[in-house]
Design a protein around this ligand. Structure first.
Ligand code: GLN
Length: 473
């Protein structure tokens, strides 16, 4: 059975499955074959689930009994921080190496009920901390577009899975850019959803006020289909917004898009990225959008605010890995020794760095100077954005200020890697949705992405503009 995986979309696969051109098992097998061919070189999947065929059979039965939906039988890759009952979820950390999920994450349960087929779990930066997937405890993942380069991170495995045709779609999580940045580096679409729209239940937490799950796909239409399934209230997530309150202020599109000029051309931005961005602006103009300059003078403070708030939440969230309740447990004479030895052996360098930073900014005497100030900055950024959204439907910037880099190029200096998040963290700080759509290639053939940001709950705006843009690239 020869299925053209490169050009396959959810709708095409659904039509073929419905027409009986191939079965869910054929489709799953086609992806498993690609994984078998490519995974040893690229290290995209940490595990291919043993029950893929059993899942495929259940999905095929839904076609027979007429209960199939668009997602039935669609092969999905899961980031390694999403719980799938009975399967390992390690967050790419040694501390959770053998941890088996005892329940399904909200998103997993929603997709399961529709008969999606989970192929396996993908590599990521340890506990989602990083922008290159180099901080995984289980080796690097290579970029399928050019294996000498990083795939981005932290959802690098989920991006690479789609880019190498090793899954039709995947799920990633985004705390400061971890869906959009790897999507941009691997030449695919990545959507960070409005905070509160997609369940965080059963997602291994990083920064709870910032984390969101979202789709990683080849097309904007696929991102929309997947989003429509996971955009659901979940009582198991205390920050899940009730359906009736998911109201966007955007009613009709003004067809006006804002460019925060000064912010876009901040120091150190790659010239090819800037040139590509200007070309994207032209393309959108040709598609009938008015492109206007907007002033967002506070947006540049998103990055410093993020690197205070995120480690503070990391240090509290990761306190639960103490050698008593979950995963790895080292022997020790006293309780404190058990904690120290377990955490010393189980956490990698980047994770320890952030726990230390977080404990510091939350400590007595520094709490007001750092954490409280960052929270105030966060409010100010959100308010400024909301004001600008009265004038424009969306804001555009490049997704990442650099091209994908080679392995090791950034890891010696953590701050240079943190700077790669400059354009993406704003959406997490403000809680608004943002999408990265492929916008072309550098001269050396590396993918570049355009980021579109919309007001709270205005994912539809992103889909409309994203689809218009996609046609022009
Ligand atoms: N690169 C960012 C960081 O290292 C974002 C991570 C994420 O979104 N999970 O914090």
């Amino acid at each position: 059975m020869n299925i053209d995986l490169k050009n396959l979309t959810i709708e095409k696969a659904h039509d073929s499955l419905k027409a009986g051109e191939y079965t869910v098992l054929d489709l799953a097998n086609a992806y498993l074959k690609v994984i078998k061919e490519k995974n040893s070189e690229l290290n995209v999947y940490l595990e291919v689930y043993v029950d893929v065929m059993a899942q495929a059979e259940r999905a095929q039965a839904m076609f027979t009994d007429g209960s199939a939906t668009l997602m039935t039988g669609i092969p999905v890759a899961l980031k390694d921080n999403m719980l799938f009952e009975g399967h390992v979820a390690s967050a790419s950390s040694k501390i959770l190496e053998n941890y088996k999920a005892t329940y399904d994450a909200g998103v997993v349960a929603q997709l399961k009920s529709q008969g999606a087929v989970f192929l396996g779990r993908t590599n990521m930066d340890e506990f989602a901390m990083g922008s290159s997937t180099e901080s995984s405890a289980y080796g690097i993942t290579r970029n399928p577009i050019n294996p000498d380069y990083v795939p981005g991170g932290s959802s690098g495995g989920s991006a690479a899975a789609v880019a190498m045709n090793g899954a039709l779609v995947s799920l990633g999580s985004d705390t400061g850019g971890s869906i959009r940045e790897p999507a941009s580096f691997c030449g695919i679409v990545g959507l960070k959803t409005t905070y509160g729209t997609v369940s965080r239940s059963g997602i291994i937490s990083m920064g709870s006020s910032l984390d969101q799950v979202g789709p990683m796909t080849k097309t904007v239409a696929d991102a929309e289909i997947l989003f429509n399934v996971i955009n659901a209230y979940d009582a198991m997530d205390s920050t899940s917004v009730p359906t009736g309150k998911r109201v966007s202020t955007t009613t009709t599109l003004k067809k006006r898009i804002g460019v925060p000029r000064a912010f876009v051309s901040t120091e150190g931005v790659n010239q090819e990225v800037l040139k590509n961005f200007e070309e994207s602006c032209e393309k959108l103009k040709n598609a009938g959008y008015e492109i206007v300059d907007v002033s967002l003078s506070l947006l540049k403070y998103s990055l410093p605010a993020y690197y205070i708030i995120m480690p503070a939440e990391v240090s509290s969230n990761l306190a639960r890995y103490d050698g008593i309740r979950y995963g790895l447990s080292s022997e020790g004479d006293k309780l404190f020794d058990v904690y120290a030895k377990t955490r010393g052996a189980g956490f990698g360098k980047e994770v320890r760095r952030r726990i230390l930073l977080g404990a510091y900014v939350l400590s007595h005497g520094y709490y007001d100077a750092y954490y409280n100030k960052a929270v105030k900055v966060r409010d100010a950024i959100r308010n400024e954005l909301q004001e600008v959204f009265k004038e424009v439907d969306a804001i555009i910037t490049p997704t990442v200020p650099t091209l994908p880099w080679k392995f090791g190029e950034m890891s010696k200096d953590p701050v240079s890697m943190y700077l790669a998040d400059i354009y993406t963290v704003g959406a997490n700080i403000a809680g608004v949705p943002a999408i990265s759509v492929p916008s072309g290639f550098s001269e050396s053939g590396l993918p570049i992405g355009l980021q579109i940001t919309a007001p709270h709950f205005a994912e539809n705006t992103l889909f409309t503009i994203g689809k218009d843009f996609e046609k022009l690239v």
